[in-house]
Design a protein around this ligand. Structure first.
Ligand code: BES
Ligand code: MN
Ligand code: ZN
Length: 500
């Protein structure tokens, strides 16, 4: 999809469809103005459209080059947020989809959300709602996506242009993550997935280097190797580096993504329905990390960022690791494995301890880590935990704010030191499971043991995948985390926030 800006008169727009988002406060007046310029169809439309947020109405005016207009309700002006704009654009995309239109114009609404953010949100909502995964369809794949979105605004609207452009880049990154998650497991073995990462890095402009099994062995990544033991395919460990010349930080931000390309549970085998049947999504954290690199590189965010992606499948093959195995991890810690299905923390721990060699200013991991996260927060909100230090409250405030703006919402879980006791082992330094209570938190505590400080853990088990259609997210991989991390990193790079 291409995105451009125009300030032509509405009558002169040569597009298949013009989308007009309107609040309840604006509806009457705007429809009168439209009627003056484009004809009485808009006067009649005002009988059926008042701007409520569940309304859409198609209008076929006479005096215009555009074939049709679509009015979309935004609800009450005071309630308009970036997220409600995304959802409004998504409703427009849903109405538009069956029409097979190629070019649309979107009029910039007059709302309290600043113009730049409003344009970003509308473009994101429209593009993400239009997403369809068709790689394996041999029929029904004729779906023609919209080719061009023209943002219609006032003359000299440079701010709107930047927001619309950012919306396009972010939406494309989210769709890239969705594509990787939706891919069939046999098409994304660790090696094939790493090839994709290399392609993405080359196109967007960041470094990608892929370690094969022999390097992983030299580095003594015992956790990653243990999980891989039941597998026929070798593991990979991918290192990402984005270091622009104008970076505001000397020590890198590190992003670690869980790259379990398929999680059967291993010998602690998962049941199929509503469990193993969507475990191709267990590399959703890795997808979020690579796609965030894509977004920040394309947006030229002035930050030095490193990424680490440990990748393997988790299977009960011939020599698979077993409950009772004691594994020596990358940092030398010994871990008693009591459930082979707690594999994510095994591979992430090695990546986190390797990250220490970079002396990062901040380390974040994104992972589809625990079923408890889904039970606690559901499918739309991720869990965040962070090192309890003097900056942790501000850090969580900023993450939550980035979540609200981006639409990838997060909620904080407590992270007291005492939770770690649940991981005490009789035979080794730690167990890999902490029991039923506070399962997401003990998983986070396990990771914290290996991570550099300060550390943020983001569990996306629920929101990484959706089993039902949600606003601008079809069934399947959601690309959750890309918008959150991109927005958060943009904030870290902004001059006002780099006080330290
Ligand atoms: N990949 C799963 C977590 C998961 C569950 C992701 C549901 C998405 C939806 C993870 O590897 C796992 O199996 N976790 C176990 C840990 C337990 C054995 C301590 C879990 O949460 O059941
Ligand atoms: Mn598992
Ligand atoms: Zn898993």
């Amino acid at each position: 999809m291409k995105v451009s800006i125009t300030s032509l008169d509405l009558t002169d727009l040569d597009v298949d469809l013009v989308i007009v988002p309107l609040t309840e406060q604006q509806a009457t007046e705007s429809l009168n103005t439209l009627a003056d310029d484009l004809g009485p169809a808009f006067t009649r439309a005002s009988d059926d459209f008042s701007g409520k947020d569940d309304q859409t109405l198609i209008v076929y005016p006479e005096n215009t080059r555009a074939r049709r207009f679509l009015l979309v309700g935004l609800g009450m002006a005071d309630d308009v947020t970036m997220e409600s704009l995304r959802e409004a654009a998504a409703r427009a995309a849903d109405v538009t989809a069956p029409m097979g239109v190629e070019t649309i114009a979107l009029t910039t609404p007059r709302v309290s959300v600043d113009l730049d953010s409003a344009c970003q949100a509308l473009v994101e909502g429209f593009m993400l709602a239009s997403y369809k995964y068709l790689d394996y369809k041999t029929t029904g794949g004729e779906h023609r996506p919209v080719e061009r979105i023209v943002m219609h605004g006032d003359k000299n609207d440079t701010v709107g242009r930047r927001g619309a452009e950012r919306g396009r880049i972010v939406a494309e990154a989210v769709m890239l993550a969705r594509d990787l998650v939706n891919k069939s497991p046999h098409d994304k073995t660790p090696t094939l997935l790493a090839r994709e990462f290399e392609k993405i890095g080359k196109k967007a402009g960041f470094e990608v280097s892929v370690w094969d099994k022999s390097v992983i062995e030299e580095e003594k990544m015992g956790g990653l190797l243990a999980v891989n033991k039941g597998s026929v395919d070798p593991p990979t460990f991918t290192v990402l580096e984005y270091k622009p010349e104008n970076a505001v930080n000397d020590r890198p931000i590190v992003l670690v993504g869980k790259g379990i390309v398929f999680d059967t549970g291993g010998l602690s085998l998962k049941p199929t329905k509503d469990s193993m049947d969507h475990m191709k999504a267990d590399m959703g954290g890795a997808a979020a990390v690579i796609a965030t690199f894509d977004a920040i590189a394309r947006l030229s965010v002035p930050l030095y960022v490193m990424g680490f992606i440990p990748a393997t499948d988790n299977r009960p093959g011939g020599n698979a690791y077993v409950p009772g195995d004691v594994v020596t991890m990358h940092d030398g810690t010994t871990v008693e494995v009591l459930n082979t299905d707690a594999e994510g923390r095994m591979v992430l721990a090695d990546a986190l301890s390797y990250a220490k060699t970079y002396n990062p200013m901040l380390t974040l991991d994104v992972a589809t880590l625990t079923g408890s996260q889904v039970i606690a927060l559901g499918g739309r909100v991720a869990a965040v935990m962070t090192t309890p230090d003097s900056d942790s409250v501000a850090r969580l405030d900023e993450l939550e704010a980035a979540g609200l703006r981006s639409g990838d919402m997060v909620a904080r879980l407590p992270f007291h030191a005492f939770y770690k006791k649940q991981l005490d082992s009789e035979v080794a330094d730690m167990k890999n499971v902490g029991g039923r209570e506070a399962g997401s938190i003990t998983a986070g505590k396990f990771l914290e043991h290996f991570a550099p400080t300060p550390f943020v853990h983001i569990d996306i088990a629920g929101p990484g995948w959706t089993p039902k259609k949600m606003p601008y997210r079809p069934i399947g991989g959601t690309g959750f985390g890309v918008r959150l991390l991109t927005e958060y990193l943009r904030g870290l790079a902004a001059p006002k926030k780099t006080k330290k």
